[in-house]
Design a protein around this ligand. Structure first.
Ligand code: MTE
Ligand code: MO
Length: 259
């Protein structure tokens, strides 16, 4: 038997609903006020920061080194792609002057000054992936260069102990930092993301060498992270037990920046 609800009952119900909604709104507003008046951890109120931390844990467990599949189709050779960000690129760079400083603390090994010729002798990889910027655009790119994991194997950098070929987790520092030659732009990565097979020290994109504005002669491409981490014009790579400084994390962006 259907219950008959008369008009008065309806009015009562909708009034109750309206009050509940209003109450929820007030609670929501109080909640937001509460969130935004909490102290910061990094530049952010800690309740938000904790959410980012929880997200990071989630990404780490859901996506192992297998995250990202085959990737999109490679764009045709020479396809132009967007330029974004020029921090650390403002000085003229004389390609003949460029070198890469690598430092691994606590060992005699893994400290070196490398040239492009040195990188050219390491195994070369070509791959494609969607490159995503936090500003809300993305584009497929084909990029080539040296896998970061191959770079570690070839140089012995990043390892606390063990031979150059030893890439076991325990032997590696948990963090790696990158900086432009002038030190103006800098990022840091968790070692797991740095070792992703699609994380490259890139020398070319879409079949042509990097232009200056895209970070010549050597840049990072980390497709498991937003574009902020893909530092252009690498001057320095170093390893650490503590999270090295990160330009955008210092501005309050999520440090992990995973996707
Ligand atoms: N040195 C340096 N690297 C940088 C940036 C920057 O400002 N300076 N911007 C980052 C951001 S936010 C993005 S989206 C990508 C863009 O790379 P692209 O210009 O080659 O597309 O570079 C990243 N690497
Ligand atoms: Mo970006």
């Amino acid at each position: 038997m259907s219950e008959k609800i008369d008009k008065r009952e309806w009015r009562r119900r909708s009034r109750r609903g309206f009050l509940a909604l209003g109450g929820a709104g007030v609670l929501g507003a109080l909640g937001l006020t509460w969130i935004y008046t909490r102290g910061g951890m990094g530049q952010q109120p800690w309740p938000l920061r904790s959410v980012l931390r929880a997200n990071e844990r989630l990404w780490r467990t859901v996506y192992g080194p297998g995250r990202l599949g085959e990737g999109p189709e490679a764009p045709a050779k020479g396809t132009p792609y967007r330029v974004n960000g020029d921090i650390g690129l403002l000085d003229e760079l004389d390609p003949g002057e460029w070198s890469l400083a690598v430092s691994t603390p606590g060992t005699g090994r893994g400290n070196a000054t490398l040239t492009m010729a040195d990188l050219g002798r390491m195994p070369q990889t070509e791959t494609t992936e969607l490159f995503r910027c936090i500003e809300g655009w993305s584009m497929p790119i084909a990029y080539s260069g040296v896998r970061f994991s191959d770079f570690l194997a070839a140089t012995g950098a990043g390892a606390r102990e063990g031979g150059p070929k030893d890439l076991s987790r325990a032997a590696l520092y948990p963090y790696v930092g990158f900086a432009t030659p002038d030190g103006e732009y800098y990022v840091s990565l968790d070692m797991e993301s740095a070792l992703h097979p699609k994380t490259l020290l890139a020398t070319g994109i879409n079949g042509v060498p990097l232009s200056d504005e895209h970070g010549a002669p050597l840049r990072l491409i980390v497709p498991v992270k937003y574009g902020i981490k893909s530092l252009k014009r690498i001057g320095r790579i170093f390893f650490a037990d503590e999270r090295p400084p990160d330009y955008w994390a210092e501005q309050g962006y999520d440090w992990y920046a995973g996707l």
